[in-house]
Design a binder for this molecule. Structure first.
Ligand code: XMP
Length: 509
């Protein structure tokens, strides 16, 4: 088991960022909710206490018992984490009188302390707090200050316990990564040996041990996560893994054939199933987005289950679940409200009676991509944009017909190919076209037309939780509009979606 840093989450929006920064230092870390502290084993080398939307002065504010940790392992309290340490041990935390939000500079830094080694005087940091530490407990020393925040950082005498009121994990803290490196390497003594290659070796070994001679079945989507997960399982158990790739009739143009071919070339034991008509039948007449999602989910399970039953003695279900799906479901405030029913951790229903194996459930998306590249999975799979499970069904507003799917596939194909040809594809996190349920008047030659409107959408994002529309060049958009209207029958108008998430979402349904 890899050595690791334990991050205790008090609900800050930045907690995942702390984890990403630590992992970028090639040190493995895990996020656990503050109220579910895991057993402190010898693999844990240090603990980071995250920020929080709460105030330590609130009644019922998140609190923890640090007795099993304090003085035994290094601790770094970040923002709320630092205020909690101060508050708990006899200091005073009060509402800030002045603005402590945004950029600030560390005018005073005591470079003797390991945490601050090699930082520069005046280093820019990012503050974001409504409370401030006014009085430190006895035995706590100030080690850095800004013009308005005296206790920007502190250390507890005689132990490796630190607190900082700024956020080293955000890029606006220009030397934040340096500080985190000081903590995990200098203070916690981590070896920085957690890489894609070590992850792959360790995971394959674990899978071999866990699965032995058992058989595994897994649904592939053509996306990065399921492809990387399947490749790891395949490396561990070879053809004891059977993959199922379903054509639900809602994929991109030619995608089923092309991706199936790639999977075969990768050596995976994969069965391709044409279930288009089953999906279209189930979707017939449905217009409500959630009803469409549920119908697609149900038919997928039926199709998948039919195939799984053909594999004699299969014991396991492989899944491409990644870390954000796992941590999201144990957040401090409980699972976030269901806005759309797509975060289906736990996966398929019980009746399948299979145990679940999820080799990627400790990795972030970009780490999955890195592992995929190290496994030499083709770039047409690794570099592809995310694509929703219900596919084009949630990009055709209203009811679904095979004709509408065909129209949208043509539009989407022109747009995606255009992004690739113009070298824009990799600058975009996700892109696609939406078929709107309205018609508009146009004129072609001498004829008046009354045809469909499509919207193009291209967004930048890191994880899909927030997103901004991409400022695609006007010439490019103009060219796409021309090509689409000239080539796709039944479409006479193209619009570009310039909404950000929030308040919009990436998909229209
Ligand atoms: P929204 O529209 O909520 O989408 O901003 C965020 C990300 O999730 C994808 N998405 C889905 N993925 N099943 C999926 O597997 C779904 O039902 C679904 N709905 C949205 C969306 O494409 C984006 O990447």
């Amino acid at each position: 088991m890899a050595e690791q840093i334990l991050i205790l989450d008090f609900g800050s929006q930045y907690t995942q960022l702390i984890a990403r920064r630590v992992r970028e230092l090639n040190v493995y870390c895990e996020i656990h909710p503050y109220n579910k502290i895991p057993e402190i084993t010898s693999h844990i080398k240090g603990v980071i206490l995250s920020g929080s939307p709460c105030s330590v002065r609130d009644e019922g504010a998140p609190d923890i018992d640090l007795e099993s940790i304090r003085g035994k392992l290094p601790i770094l309290g970040v923002c709320y984490g630092s205020q909690l340490l101060a508050h708990k041990y006899g200091g005073e935390v009060l509402p800030s009188q002045i603005r402590e939000y945004g950029r600030a500079n560390l005018d005073h830094i005591d470079l003797h302390y390991d945490l601050l080694k090699e930082m520069t005087h005046g280093s820019q940091v990012w503050m974001s707090h409504g409370d401030t530490i006014k009085v430190l407990p006895k035995g706590f020393d100030v080690i850095a200050s800004t013009a308005s925040v005296e206790v920007a950082a502190f250390k507890v005498q005689g132990e490796e316990t630190y607190g900082i009121q700024f956020h080293p994990e955000v890029t606006h803290s220009l030397e934040g990564k340096n500080l985190l490196r000081n903590f995990v390497v200098q203070i916690c003594g981590c070896a920085q040996d957690w890489t894609s290659d070590t992850f792959i070796d360790a995971t394959i070994a674990e899978l071999k041990q866990k699965l032995g001679n058992d058989k595994v079945v897994m649904g592939l989507s053509g996306g990065v996560d399921s492809s990387v997960a399947a490749t790891l399982i395949h490396r561990a158990i070879g053809d004891h893994l059977t993959c199922v790739f379903v054509d639900n009739g809602l994929l991109r143009k030619n995608e089923f054939e092309e991706v199936l071919e790639s999977y075969k070339n990768m050596g995976l034991n994969v069965i391709g199933i044409d279930a288009k008509q089953r999906f279209y039948d189930a979707l017939s007449g449905l217009t409500d987005p959630e009803a469409k999602r549920k119908a697609i989910g149900r038919v997928f399970i039926e199709v998948f289950d039919d195939e799984a039953h053909k594999i004699e003695g299969v014991k396991w279900l492989g899944q491409g679940t990644i870390y954000p799906d796992v941590i999201e479901s144990v957040s401090v405030k409980g699972p976030s409200a269901t806005i759309k029913s797509h975060h289906n951790v736990g996966g398929l229903p019980d009746f399948m009676k299979l145990s679940v194996v999820e080799p990627l459930n400790t990795l972030f998306k970009d780490e999955v991509r890195e592992v995929g590249r190290a496994l030499e999975i083709p770039e047409n799979i690794i570099g592809r944009h995310p694509f929703p499970g219900p596919g084009l069904a949630i990009r055709i507003l209203g009811d679904i017909t095979a004709d509408k799917v065909k129209t949208l596939q043509e539009v989407d194909h022109i747009f995606i190919k255009g992004l690739k040809d113009f070298g824009l594809y990799d600058q975009v996190w996700q892109a696609g076209a939406i078929l709107l349920p309205i018609q508009s008047v146009g004129v072609m030659g001498d004829e008046r037309t009354y045809e469909r409107v499509v919207a193009l959408r291209a967004v930048g994002s890191v994880d899909g939780m927030t997103a901004d529309w991409i400022h695609l060049p006007y010439e490019f958009l103009g060219k796409m509009s021309n090509e689409i209207i000239n080539r796709v029958k039944g479409v006479n108008r193209v619009v570009y979606d310039i909404s950000s998430k929030p308040p919009a979402t990436i998909e229209w349904e």
